[in-house]
Write a protein that binds this ligand. Structure first.
Ligand code: E4P
Length: 214
C-alpha cells in the first residue's frame, strides 16, 4: 500500500520523507489554512520534497471554475493532482480534467455509489473518508472493503485513497482490505513506527552490551 501524508506542514513532510516510506501528500483547504502560508508556495515546496502525487484542492463549486482552477494548479508542477469535491459538478470537472490529461482526486466521498460514479468519470484517485463516516455512526472501513471489490469487478483504474484516517486500526485495515493508498496524519504515521517492545528491546540489548564490556 502506498502511504501519503495528510498535511500541509512542510516540516512533517520532510521528516516522513526522510524515513524513506512516503509516496505522496494530500492537502485540503483546512490543512492549508492551519499553516497560514501561501497556497502555491506551500504546494511547490511539498512537490520539491516528495516525488509523488501532491493533491491541491479547488475551492470553486461550479464545474467550469473547478476546471479553470485545476488547469492553473496542474501548471505549477508535474506532481500536482487536482482535488475536487464529489458533487455532480465535481464529476463533470473530473471527466473534463482527466480528458485533458490532468489527474484528479475526488474528495469528500462517503458512499460506495459515489465511488462508482467517480470511477466512471475517470478519476485517477478517489478519497472515501472513513473517520468522518465512523463519527456519523457508520462503518467507514466497510465502505473501503466494498469499494475495493467494486473497482476490481470492473477493472477500473481509479485508485482508492483511504482518507480521514484517525487511528492505527484504520491504517492497518486499509492495507489488509487492499486499498491502493492511505493518506495518514503525521501523528498516526509516527505511532506506526513505534512499539513499546521495540523500545524495551533496545534498552535490554544496550544494557547487556554494556555489562559484557565490564
Ligand atoms: C483527505 O484527503 C482529507 O484531507 C482528509 O483525510 C480529511 O480528514 P479529516 O476528516 O481528519 O479532516
Amino acid at each position: 500500500m502506498k502511504i501519503f501524508l495528510d498535511t500541509a506542514n512542510v516540516a512533517e513532510i520532510k521528516t516522513a520523507a526522510s524515513w524513506g516510506i512516503l509516496d505522496g501528500v494530500t492537502t485540503n483547504p483546512s490543512l492549508v489554512a492551519r499553516e497560514g502560508r501561501d497556497f502555491k508556495q506551500t504546494v511547490l515546496e511539498i512537490c520539491e520534497i516528495v516525488d509523488g502525487p501532491v493533491s491541491a484542492e479547488v475551492i470553486s463549486l461550479e464545474a467550469d471554475k473547478m476546471v479553470a482552477e485545476g488547469n492553473v494548479f496542474s501548471a505549477w508542477h508535474k506532481n500536482v493532482i487536482v482535488k475536487v469535491p464529489c458533487t455532480p459538478d465535481g464529476l463533470k470537472a473530473t471527466k473534463i480534467l482527466e480528458g485533458q490529461g490532468i489527474k484528479v482526486n475526488v474528495t469528500l466521498v462517503f458512499s460506495v455509489n459515489q465511488v462508482l460514479l467517480c470511477a466512471k468519470a475517470g478519476a485517477s484517485f478517489i478519497s472515501p473518508f472513513v473517520g468522518r463516516l465512523d463519527d456519523a455512526g457508520e462503518d467507514g472501513m466497510k465502505m473501503i472493503a466494498e469499494s475495493v471489490v467494486l473497482l476490481k469487478n470492473y477493472n477500473y483504474e481509479s485508485q482508492i485513497i483511504v482518507a480521514s484516517v484517525r487511528s492505527l486500526e484504520h491504517a492497518k485495515q486499509a492495507a489488509i482490505l487492499g486499498a491502493h493508498i492511505a493518506t495518514i496524519p503525521f501523528k498516526i504515521l509516527e505511532q506506526m513506527t513505534k512499539h513499546p517492545l521495540t523500545d524495551a528491546g533496545i534498552t535490554k540489548f544496550l544494557a547487556d552490551w554494556e555489562k559484557a564490556k565490564k
